[in-house]
Design a protein around this ligand. Structure first.
Ligand SMILES: [Fe+2]
Ligand SMILES: [Fe+2]
Length: 140
């Protein structure tokens, strides 16, 4: 399904990074994006939109913390860039959460489209590099 430059992410194996704990969190993240999208599009009301948004933001924060921990002490490629990408997105999400009462559903849909694009680009680049590194290290 696609509308006006918006993609509604569905899980695709093209998003696999080859390190199962990270892949499992990415799958869950895709589901939470879908739940927020449905809350916004089906008129479920502001409460359901906000609870889906906070669930997504919580998962993103926990997931980034997990990946950041995996990068501690490793010489995986582009580590500093990867950490910075996480920090920038968390800052953007915090801005949305801090101003949620002022942000209408249409603007949240645009923010969600941004997060979807960010996620697919980030997973296919930074996370894929990390996944290759971690799976090679696990293979010894
Ligand atoms: Fe990730
Ligand atoms: Fe990442």
């Amino acid at each position: 399904m696609e509308r006006k430059g918006f993609l509604v992410i569905e899980w695709s194996d093209s998003l696999l990074v080859g390190f199962e704990p990270v892949d499992a969190e990415h799958r869950a993240l895709v589901l939470l994006v879908g739940e927020l999208y449905r809350a916004l599009r089906t008129g479920g009301g502001r409460d359901s939109v906000e609870s889906a948004l906070f669930a997504l933001a919580d998962h993103v924060a926990a997931h980034f913390n997990h990946e950041n921990d995996l990068m501690i002490g490793c010489d995986c490629p582009k580590r500093a860039d990867h950490l910075l990408e996480h920090r920038v997105l968390i800052g953007q999400l915090d801005t949305v959460l801090d101003n949620i009462d002022l942000i209408r559903d249409e603007a949240l849909l645009e923010a969600l489209a941004f997060v979807e694009r960010w996620f697919t680009d980030h997973v296919r680049d930074a996370d894929a590099k990390l996944g290759r590194y971690l799976s090679a290290r696990a293979a010894g």
